[in-house]
Design a protein around this ligand. Structure first.
Ligand SMILES: Nc1ncnc2c1ncn2[C@@H]1O[C@H](COP(=O)(O)OP(=O)(O)OP(=O)(O)O)[C@@H](O)[C@H]1O
Ligand SMILES: [Mg+2]
Length: 251
């Protein structure tokens, strides 16, 4: 399946990129809704650094971040070198965005905060100093809506008042979700949407080359949450069992 729609989200990001000033953009939304895919699409073809934080220690994250910096064509950091701390690492971002738009995505930002809560005040200090005078577009992205709302957007966050824009990524609309099943009848597309909703990660569980009933009766990945599994199981009755399928099947 290719990339579906997200035209409104991409337009929003492109407008921020064209603002001519430093941008601190917060992108959030529930797990598997398509945040990373959207941001990768936006970054493609632009000078950028895309960093996905893992759930690990601050030291390990700093090493991973240094590796990502060293891989940039600008070679700001010699391979193997690691900045002393997060402020030193973030300071390098300003150098990348001097005189030209440069996008930095910190994906899974809540993991960075979890590993080192002082990252938020380090960023705030640098933002208030050097970074806001550059052409940096810094995108902080996270799946934990509560962490993003309280620790990044909220009043108690050191970053409060610094963001220049925010976007809550929502599940795909029916029309966009239907693009996952271009050969289905309108009725089957509607049924597929009723079962799977607008979450791209679940929509891609069904094989668009197979009839709806086949998809409904075949196994599906453990990544699909219980509520969606239940809907798939319920819909088995209404879809009818395709020839050749025999119970028992996994609910
Ligand atoms: N617009 C889209 N069109 C087609 N497939 C998509 C789209 N957005 C996401 N997907 C697919 O859905 C899955 C989940 O997307 P993605 O990893 O971007 O979600 P996420 O919100 O970053 O999830 P997480 O919170 O777990 O990091 C991926 O396999 C991705 O390829
Ligand atoms: Mg992601």
């Amino acid at each position: 399946m290719g990339f579906v729609d997200r035209a409104e989200e991409l337009r929003f990001l492109e407008e921020r990129a064209a603002s001519g000033k430093a941008e601190l953009v917060v992108v959030y939304g529930r797990r598997r809704v398509g945040k990373t895919e959207l941001l990768r699409r936006f970054c493609s073809g632009r000078p950028h650094l895309f960093f996905v934080a893992a759930r690990t220690t601050s030291e390990q994250l700093l090493r991973d971040f240094a590796r990502a910096l060293a891989e940039l064509p600008e070679s700001l950091l010699p391979p193997g070198a690691v900045p002393e701390n997060w402020p030193a690492a973030f300071e390098l971002l300003g150098t990348l965005a001097r005189g030209r738009r440069f996008v930095v995505v910190l994906d899974e930002f809540p993991y960075l905060l979890e590993a080192d809560p002082s990252v938020a005040s380090s960023l705030q200090n640098l933002w208030d100093g050097a970074l806001r005078k550059t052409q940096l577009m810094l995108v902080l992205c996270g799946s934990s809506v509560s962490v993003m709302e309280s620790q990044v957007l909220g009043q108690q966050s050191p970053l409060y008042g610094r963001r220049t824009a925010q976007w809550h990524v929502r599940p795909l609309s029916y029309r966009d979700a239907a693009e996952f099943f271009p050969r289905y009848s309108a009725e089957d597309r509607l049924k597929a949407y009723g079962i799977l909703g607008g979450m791209p990660a679940y929509l891609e569980q069904f094989d668009p080359g197979r009839p709806l009933a086949d998809n409904v009766w075949s196994g599906f990945s453990a990544a699909v949450p219980c509520s969606t599994r239940r809907r798939i199981s319920f819909s088995r009755q209404s879809c009818g069992r395709p020839p050749g399928t025999t119970p028992p099947w996994q609910p």
